[in-house]
Design a binder for this molecule. Sequence first.
Ligand code: PMP
Length: 371
Amino acid sequence: MHIKKQYLSDWKKSEKSNMPTNTFNIESIVRPHILKLKPYSSARDEYTGKSGVFLDANENPFGSVSGEAFNRYPDPLQKAVKEKLAIIKEVKPEQIFLGNGSDEAIDLLFRAFCEPQKDKVLLLPPTYGMYKVSADINLVETLEIPLTTEYQLDTEKILSLIEKENKVKLIFVCSPNNPTGNQINLAEIEKILNNFSGLVVVDEAYIDFAPEKSMVHFLDKYPNLIVLQTFSKAWGMAALRIGMAYASKQIIDLLNKIKPPYNINQLTQEKVLEALDANELRKQKVEELITLRENLKNALLEMPLVEKVYPSDANFLLIKVPEATKIYDKLIKQLVIVRNRSSVILCDNCLRITVGTAEENTKLLKALAEI
Ligand code: PMP
């Protein structure tokens, strides 16, 4: 379904062609019953005024037992958060979906676009594990084209696969990639966007730590682009569970149609509004973390035990060691917990280490030195 044959041969002949050949039509890829679905209409959807006597939602009129004002249901469409976020991200509020972590957005993409046991998705391992888990939960087959040994897209293979396979609805590109840490070359992602009539989901959970800019700026150019981001990393708010999907209004409307009505709780909406006012502080903290990352990288490179530290555009480092599982177990005994990625394709004997505070990084280095 997804690629013009002519393009593929042209592209093989000369790389200069990066012109859109793709005619994207959302209605042809959404699951038919989702397109027809009449969504749940919550009480707060119908009356959006701020004042009045609210006797419509069976709430408790007294306030909360805990003392705070949590007795009212939160805004189902999180308008205040989206308005502020839209300014920072330079997108329109209607191009933003907010989920209970970006993991919720990943799951909803399957539910909106992939017919169980019929449609397929394309994963590019090594990559974030949740794409496969969500696919499995939703009974959607996953096809895989591993990254190259440089951890970049194998574009030629991807293009020829989507030419043959007409059931692929979603391609997940994680950039910067988890667990490898590197950004994926933009020009390669654009080649896929230009030639795939399904959706390309670019997961930018770690984008704030990366040198290249976000793909949210390409939303108007590519109607088949979805960009995921999260408040869990650079914003330091993983416990609040809020992540974003940016896409065309049509796609965002579909996600809103199928999400649970009050998926972002009141406390989270309030705290995120406060955080958005402190955007400058986020930038400072990101700079600090990048400095810590580079210091940690240099210190690790000095250690005889460390065979390789992969380049990172994220807040973690992937390292290669002689016997990853043994080292991982020894670190745990010293109460230093890292992620053992040695069973993952292209990550033989690799550990993924989150950049901590200076003290935490020193503890890790000491523990490694004692092995
Ligand atoms: N995408 C990637 C690449 C991640 O690494 C993670 C979390 N580790 C997520 C998404 C999920 O983030 P959230 O906390 O917003 O659900």
